[in-house]
Design a protein around this ligand. Structure first.
Ligand code: F6R
Length: 602
């Protein structure tokens, strides 16, 4: 949450570079954005700042040429969505600019102390305390003081960072110096080694246009960026590290264009057949590795947040059904409270598109401390999760720009399906099923079923509530379908285990209430059909997603029978419905309100 992008170097279009970088990071937060730049050619140089409320979209910057700039796109935590609360924030003198991703948990006490010492605050953010603490740390310094003013800035940033509680990444621009400093704990920061200058960003994807040589800052590290050098420090000791690791990133360049699609959500839904076929072809060995680790562990825990948790829960069913193996699904934010029994024989598999979700990372780290072996299904190479685990498996879904998880979700299911079959010595059968699922998704997206769902969306968009039911592996799919619909269209949608309905939920059904029923060809079919009948008897409008026709369906979205891959196929019609309902309600599917991709705060 919150995107950071900085550049210092020979190019004199630093504000434009930063603006372009922020546009790539906007999915991390789109409440407001801002850039600070060092005024070129003047000594001492002044700080130039612009800030705007709202999405960055097609914005341009009015900042003049500069060789150093630092920007931020905000997902609000402390303080409302206002220009004053937009980053960068400045100290009392307007000497330096600070941008921040994360939360300063002790900001209230620090603010009280700073106010008592005469500082004035211009915002309600937790971030602003950092500016005033730095101001104090640097008071009395002039650019000519000491041997190396940039080194002094780095030391001051580390001194302040040591006083902050919570998980944060910060960047600091002092226009009097030709450098910028950064530090991180928890929230991600990546350094880019460029030809004509150096970069700082919260995600590697924003840097790949400029360089593939990256250094991922670890927790408790700080950095100093000059036009010609990148230095990494240990925050605790203030010491410079020798030869920080430089990664040569090989993953495909981000395809930035919409390729003719109106939204990234539509594009990413459409990419699923290609992603799934690629997984079947290229990641079967990795799935076998995962299967072997799962079969040899004493206990197995599949952990993720949001959609990734739904994929994990589906994996729990797949492993039970296909491999007769128990694999617990636990929500990332809860796993920390449930892991006292982990030991060296346990396996924890983290599922994450971004690899930066803090609730997941925290629980994985504490599992590591207990000696558990860690694996991950992760989409972003070099991300924190990728670097943390013993055996990362790349989803290879390509960058996911829409805030909603679509192709990364089905990719996780694809690996889990192959791994469940591999655990039974039937990897080839798993691959074949995955390819069948890819073919069926391709058909859904190219035949008249999209039209059918679009027409259905008009009816659903006018509803107040929508319910989705499924049993067995279709239960987590009901949860996922509901999440997709509500987060993008703001229509109240809830997913339930089909059997739970009569234990209370059925009271919610009213005349015309739309209900989606997931009814694949498995042992759940008869029971879920009974559930559908019970809803219909109370006035519900029944939308069946099933290979089978039935009188109970008011609307039937027919899907092919792909056996244990049914969950993968059944994920897609609700994705399309969610997208179409959002459009019918006049909403932007790529940037739903209040959300951000990559949830790096607690
Ligand atoms: C839903 C969605 C979120 C994410 C969740 C975990 O469409 O995108 O629920 O699935 O925030 O994110 P990752 O997979 O990056 O850990």
């Amino acid at each position: 949450m919150c995107g950071i992008f900085g550049y210092v170097g020979a190019q004199d279009e630093a504000p434009q570079l930063v603006l372009a970088g922020l546009k790539k990071l906007e999915y991390r937060g789109y409440d407001s954005w801002g850039i600070a730049a060092r005024e070129a050619g003047l000594a001492p140089s002044r700080l130039l700042v612009e800030k705007h409320v709202g999405k960055i979209g097609q914005a341009t910057t009015s900042l003049p040429s500069s060789h150093a700039a630092l920007g931020h796109t905000r997902w609000a935590t402390h303080g409302g969505v206002t220009q004053a609360n937009a980053h960068p924030h400045l100290d009392c003198q307007g000497r330096l600019a600070v941008i921040h991703n994360g939360i300063v948990e002790n900001h209230a006490e620090l603010r009280r102390e700073l106010l008592a010492r005469g500082h004035t605050f211009a915002s309600q953010t937790d971030t602003e305390v950092i500016c005033h603490l730095l101001e104090e740390e640097l008071t009395g310094d002039s650019p000519s003081d000491g041997d190396e003013p940039c080194e002094r800035l780095a030391q001051a940033v580390m001194g302040v960072f040591r006083r902050l509680d919570g998980l944060s990444a910060i960047g600091v621009l002092d226009p009097q110096l030709e450098c910028m400093a950064a530090a991180k704990n928890g929230s991600p920061l990546v350094l880019g080694w460029g030809e004509e200058g150096n970069f700082l960003a919260s995600d590697s994807s924003a840097l790949l246009d400029h360089t593939r040589k990256l250094t991922f800052l670890e927790d408790g590290q700080a950095a100093l960026l000059t036009a010609s050098q990148l230095m990494v420090y240990d925050v605790a000791t203030g010491e410079k590290l020798n030869e920080p690791r430089v990664w040569d990133i090989t993953w495909e360049q981000e395809v930035d264009s919409l390729d003719g699609y109106p939204h990234y959500m539509a594009k990413e839904i459409a990419e699923q057949p290609v992603v799934l076929r690629k997984l079947a072809q290229e990641q079967a060995d990795a799935a076998q590795r995962l299967a072997d680790s799962i079969m040899s562990a004493s206990t197995v825990h599949l952990v993720g947040c949001g959609s990734a948790a739904h994929a994990a829960r589906c994996g729990e069913y797949l492993f039970s059904r296909i491999a007769s193996r128990q694999a617990n699904c636990v929500v990332g934010s809860e796993f920390g409270y449930l892991e006292d029994f982990l030991d060296q024989r346990s396996l924890v598999v983290g599922l994450s598109q971004s690899g930066e979700t803090i609730d997941l990372l925290d629980s994985m780290k504490s599992a590591k401390h207990r000696g558990a072996r860690l694996s991950a299904l992760v989409n972003v190479e070099g991300s924190s999760l990728y670097r943390l685990v013993d055996d990362p498996i790349l989803l290879s879904a390509g960058p996911e720009r829409c805030v909603l998880a679509t192709k990364s979700f089905t990719a996780k299911l694809g690996v889990l399906l192959m791994a469940a079959y591999a655990a039974r010595g039937r990897l080839e059968a798993g691959k074949a099923l995955l390819e069948q699922a890819a073919d069926e998704i391709q058909s859904i997206l190219t035949d008249n079923r999209v039209e059918q769902i679009r027409a259905l969306a008009q009816r659903v968009a006018a509803a107040e509530h929508l319910y989705i039911i499924g049993r067995g592996p279709s239960y987590p799919m009901a949860l996922e379908a509901a999440l997709k619909i509500k987060e993008v269209s703001y229509l109240h949608a809830e997913g339930f285990a089909g059997g739970e309905l009569k234990h209370g939920v059925i009271a919610l059904i009213d005349e015309g209430t739309p209900c989606i029923v997931l009814a694949p060809n498995d042992e759940t079919f008869r029971a879920i059909l009974s559930g559908a009948e019970e809803i219909k008897a109370r006035g519900g409008y029944i939308i069946g997603i099933s290979p089978f026709a039935s009188d109970v369906w008011d609307e039937h979205i027919a899907v092919a029978d792909v056996g244990e891959a049914a969950s993968i196929v059944n994920a897609v019609p609700p994705q399309v419905l969610a997208y179409e309902v959002a459009l019918a309600r006049g909403l932007d599917p790529d940037k739903p309100r209040n959300l951000a991709k990559s949830v790096t705060v607690k």
